[in-house]
Write a protein that binds this ligand. Structure first.
Ligand SMILES: [Zn+2]
Length: 402
């Protein structure tokens, strides 16, 4: 049927018109393969023939604070475990501000701001240079992990970071899925390991929220086979697969996280990526009810939220005071490999369209093939009151800006 339809469109010279109506053409898209060979899945990028409203939301209805960006990364690591202070910079403050000003983003939180001298370099390059526009977080450095004094060393580092001006602590999925008993060898360290208790408490003491990434989409824990809905994404990023080996299950990671939330009620936690389980909003909702110290943000998960728009809208209505706007944006070229996170005007416009419009069936990322899974999303048309909270009011309260 689709081939006949395409032939019919081509015959009547309508193909290009229809495609343009359904979706803007992208210059970088390669030509379709020709010949009789079976079409490979990688080459299949169907263009929707729906004639439906396309709302172009160039600016957000209210100013935005994006609580999840990565303008810097810790550069020094041991087999993927951050162990030093050297930083790599993905953008200058000025280049970032150009996008922010065009897209109505009044401030961003740069989560991976590093530690020690690295944090100082981040703060100099962003936060101190343009006060009020950039808020950087510190991260644990596991360089002293093997030192028996590590729990206190890390708690002291949090205190020093708070004094230097860090706005929060970022926990990468390294904890639970990367850090091992002998740093890179031995059993994986559990998310609720008691050696980290002083760190969580120091965050409470210095009023630093913890931006926590624990676990990943459920499909990352399953075999990469013909039933895996993130087959394309795992094919592009095989290192994101946590199937087999000695990795804990998604449920085990969530249970360990819950024990941390329960043990540190004074510490504010932001569960990144919709509480690490955007496929299961019932579970995230229950977690928010169970733990008053938990909040969530949206980074890199509008693909999940937007394919269940009715459930997602109820989630926003119920938890409107505890959801932050976030994108997980990484500037190009570092962000090129993850189109759902690339720090560009186009990315922000998709988020605004999702939150503000009731558009049908559109791309959740600026890419020819939906990069996380082969589906499209629907807008949830949030009312002004909720939009204002999600766009900036909740973040202002969290960061102590209001
Ligand atoms: Zn992130």
């Amino acid at each position: 049927m689709p081939i006949e339809r395409r032939r019919w469109l081509a015959t009547f010279g309508l193909g290009a018109v229809s495609a343009a109506a359904a979706r803007p053409a992208r210059a970088e898209e390669p030509a379709c393969p020709t010949g009789d060979a079976p079409l490979r899945l990688q080459d299949f990028r169907p263009v929707s023939m729906l004639h439906v409203t396309e709302t172009h939301v160039s600016r957000p209805r209210f100013p935005v604070i994006d609580v999840h960006t990565h303008f810097t990364f810790t550069a020094s690591e041991t087999k993927g475990v951050p162990t030093g202070e050297a930083m790599s910079f993905n953008s200058t403050a000025e280049a970032a501000l150009a996008v922010m000003d065009r897209k109505g983003v009044k401030a961003v939180v740069n989560l991976t701001g590093g530690s020690g001298k690295g944090l100082e370099a981040t703060l100099d390059a962003f936060d101190r240079k343009h006060p009020g526009r950039f808020w950087s977080c510190t991260e644990p450095s596991y360089g002293a992990w093997l030192d028996p004094r590590y729990p206190q060393i890390q708690a002291d580092a949090v205190e020093a970071a708070a004094r230097a001006g860090a706005k929060g602590l970022k926990i990468l999925k390294t904890l639970g899925l990367g850090l091992r008993e002998r740093l890179t060898e031995g059993p994986l360290v559990k998310v609720d390991d008691a050696r980290l208790d002083p760190m969580w408490e120091a965050c409470a003491g210095h009023r630093l929220p913890v931006f926590m990434h624990v676990s990943d989409p459920e499909a990352f824990f399953l075999p990469i086979d013909c039933t895996n809905e993130r087959w394309d994404e795992l094919g592009n990023h095989p290192e994101w697969s946590f199937h087999g080996k000695d990795f804990p299950s998604h449920r085990e990671l969530m249970a360990a996280r819950d024990r941390v939330l329960a043990r540190h009620p004074r510490t504010l936690f932001v569960g990144l990526h919709v509480g690490h389980d955007a496929e299961n909003l019932d579970f995230v909702s229950e977690s928010l009810e169970r733990f008053p110290n938990l909040h969530v943000e949206l980074g890199a998960r509008i693909g999940e939220l937007g394919r269940q728009p009715r459930r997602a809208r109820r989630f926003f209505e119920k938890h409107q005071d505890r959801i932050f706007f976030g994108t997980d944006a990484v500037p190009p070229p570092a962000g090129d490999a993850t189109p759902q996170q690339i720090f560009t005007d186009a990315l922000y416009e998709i988020y605004y369209r999702f939150l503000e419009s009731d558009d049908e069936y559109f791309d959740y990322a600026p890419a020819p093939v939906p990069p996380q899974g082969r589906w499209r999303i629907y807008g949830i048309a949030l009312p002004d009151g909720i939009l204002r909270k999600v766009y900036h009011e909740n973040a202002e309260r969290l960061l102590g800006l209001s």
